[in-house]
Design a protein around this ligand. Structure first.
Ligand SMILES: *Cc1c(COP(=O)(O)O)cnc(C)c1O
Length: 359
């Protein structure tokens, strides 16, 4: 059996939720579990994070999966309904809907179902992705309140574009626009994602929406989750399947991308881009071999990577190779692969075996 394995640390997930609560003591926590729980497995993450006040998902299909798995918390569909048929399903499953544009308002207005649907009114305060313009908030809110099939308690929300940069003026501007456009409206507020929780305590409102932090990841440049008190929730590992001595001047892997500067031991580990290990991770990307730091050499291929074992001279077939997680921050791998940690955990593929660990 291939040794490639993603270990999901359920205890870390639970602790990270506690840490988010500590950082946002006055707020309820929506645990964002879109993209299969950032690649950690939707149902498994929801079970570990059962103490969350709500779950945030990207689409109704994830709400169906969560309800089928027995989740009873509020579930918020972050992109809301796309078509008329969605409204019945949202109500049947008691899913909250984010409402962010006029097409959705029209769907709701044309809907005669009186069972109250809970909505989150999304305001575009500067990210310019989803949401109503600030000057329309009062009108849209009033329109929603007048609809018999809409729950009276509408949550007002916005999303930050740059909250991971703590001294950046655009977040301050987004907060001001949010406050100005909602000042005359009663109701709960939700502004912050993980970076908002970390860097913008004035923007916690009644609900924070935490994703990455719960999985122990940071999006703040140059910082890792541990710097903020979070623990990685995924360790990606495999084993060495071959160890060679390769002569000085010989080349390793596709295109001979690495030339051995001396006679040296080279390890081959059973993981590649077919598992979601990034092909962009070039020579020098760190790995752990039996807990000792080594690095990738040559090109990442579909099923295998090659490793410089000069610092691990005793390495042998069967030794555990850690690609990221405990002992090796996924943020560091993301830097080497020119991406962010979120993309790496989301990208672990289905052929990787997932195991759960209580710690
Ligand atoms: C994904 C998402 C979040 C969570 O963002 P993190 O950076 O992972 O905390 C919060 N709110 C919305 C609307 C999102 O789409």
């Amino acid at each position: 059996m291939r040794a490639t394995c993603a270990t999901i640390h359920l205890g870390a997930l639970r602790e990270n939720l506690r840490r988010v609560r500590e950082l946002a003591p006055g707020a309820k926590v929506m645990a964002v579990v879109k993209a299969d729980g950032y690649g950690h497995g939707l149902e498994r993450v929801a079970r570990a994070l059962e103490g969350a006040d709500a779950f945030g998902v990207a689409g109704i299909a994830d709400g169906q999966r969560l309800r089928a798995a027995g989740a009873s918390q509020r579930i918020v569909v972050l992109s809301g309904p796309d078509e008329a048929g969605d409204l019945a399903e949202l109500r049947r499953l008691r899913l909250d809907a984010v409402v962010h544009d006029d097409a959705q308002l029209d769907l709701l207005a044309a809907d005669a179902d009186p069972r109250p649907l809970r909505v989150w009114l999304k305001i575009d305060t500067g990210m310019h992705r989803l949401g109503f313009a600030p000057e329309r908030v009062r009108e849209v809110h009033a329109r929603l309140r007048a609809m018999p099939g809409i729950d009276r308690d509408i949550v007002l929300m916005t999303h930050f574009a740059n909250s991971d940069v703590f001294d950046e003026a655009t977040t301050t501007q987004q907060i001001e626009r949010f406050e100005r456009s909602t000042s005359s409206i009663a109701g709960e507020r939700s502004l912050s994602n993980s970076a908002g929780v970390l860097g913008w305590p004035e923007a916690q409102g009644q609900w924070v929406r935490a994703g990455g932090a719960l999985y122990g990841m940071s999006v703040v440049a140059g910082r890792i989750g541990a710097d903020f008190g979070f623990r990685p929730a995924m360790t990606l590992s495999t084993k060495l399947v071959a160890v060679h001595r390769v002569r000085k001047g010989e080349r390793v892997g596709y295109a001979g991308a690495f030339e051995c500067p001396e006679d040296m031991p080279v390890g081959v580990a059973a993981i590649g881009y077919g598992d979601g290990y990034p092909r962009q991770a070039g020579a020098g990307t760190p790995v752990l071999v039996g807990g000792v730091r080594a690095s990738i050499i040559g090109r990442v291929s579909m099923d295998l990577v090659t490793i410089d074992l000069r610092d691990v001279p005793d390495a042998k077939i069967g030794d555990v190779v850690t690609l990221w997680g405990r002992g090796l921050p996924v943020e560091d791998i993301a830097d080497h692969a020119n991406t962010i940690a979120y993309e790496l955990t989301c990208g672990v593929t289905r052929r990787v075996r997932f195991v759960e660990d209580e710690s």
